[in-house]
Design a protein around this ligand. Structure first.
Ligand SMILES: [Zn+2]
Length: 286
């Protein structure tokens, strides 16, 4: 796990380091590599690429799309939605984990193509509407297409379509408005809690003297505490390798019905991220 997180953190940091065009040239190939969509649990589908997650959460024929990933991934995401049997206009709401280009750059085009409402944490609104993440990052800023936010959310707000309800948890640190989403699904006889955690990595964020995000250290620590005590039976992150999502899919397809269920996963992710964060903070203070 430690290795996987370190790898993912390095990817995010590396990508943020570069201008949009350079990032495209050097970003991991898997980020823009299309893959088949699949159902994870009842009503929750993976519609992203091999390296960047986008999730479609549906009730009947209406859905909520979480994350737009890269600009060039709009086409494969839309194809995935359609190949599952949905129309683009069935996507009624688009939400975001956080306003970094690798999770938000496709949202403007997806909004235009689907006609969906974009809903985002109030603290992330200006970053999305300016098309640039806020807070000081040692690699500088990476721009992405700006998108208008139709509804600004606060912690605890619920976004719903049909019978599906997603609760927005404000878990700042990685960005000011980093949003962890939570919902419940039926799985056989059980009701499972599904959590989409906002990225927990440092990824080049300045932890000391961050003028654009002065409370960054307290924010990270509060979010680690909160997420550590959050119940999650299934964890679906913005970077699928954080939980070996495709390995779990292979196991599920081979007959392990509970391959995505892992109630210890969120706590493990938070512990690893907290240790990496404290180590970077100590180094930054020297
Ligand atoms: Zn990020």
């Amino acid at each position: 796990m430690r290795k996987i997180l370190a790898f993912a953190a390095r990817l995010c940091a590396t990508a943020i380091a570069m201008s949009a065009s350079a990032a495209r040239a050097q970003q991991p190939a898997a980020w823009a590599e299309p893959t088949e969509p699949f159902e994870i649990v009842d009503g929750i589908y993976y519609v992203g690429t091999k390296g960047l997650a986008s999730y479609l959460i549906v009730s009947g024929d209406k859905g909520i799309l979480l994350d737009g990933t890269l600009k060039e991934n709009v086409e494969p995401i839309e194809q995935n939605i359609q190949s599952l049997g949905f129309r683009l206009e069935d996507v009624e709401i688009i939400i975001n984990s956080h306003a970094h280009f690798d999770h938000a750059a496709g949202i403007a085009q997806l909004k235009a193509d689907t006609g969906a409402q974009v809903m985002a944490m109030a603290e992330e609104r200006s970053a999305l509407e300016k098309g640039r993440h806020e807070g000081d990052n040692k690699y500088g800023a990476t721009r992405f297409p700006a998108v208008k936010v139709d509804r600004a959310l606060k912690d605890g707000d619920i976004v719903s379509v049909g019978n599906v309800e997603l609760t927005a948890m404000h878990t700042p640190g990685h960005t000011k408005g980093c949003t962890t989403w939570a919902t419940s699904v039926r799985h056989g006889e059980a009701t499972l809690k599904v959590v989409f955690p906002c990225s927990l990595t440092v990824a080049g964020n300045r932890l000391v003297g961050n003028k654009g995000h002065p409370a960054i250290v307290e924010d990270y620590r509060k979010s680690f505490d909160r997420l550590q005590s959050t119940k999650a039976d299934i964890v679906l992150p913005a970077h699928p390798e954080f939980v070996d999502l495709f390995g779990r899919k292979a196991k599920r397809d081979a007959g392990a019905d509970d391959a995505f269920v892992d109630p210890a996963m969120l706590r493990k992710l938070v512990e690893t991220s907290r240790a990496a964060f404290e180590k970077e903070l100590k180094a930054a203070k020297k």
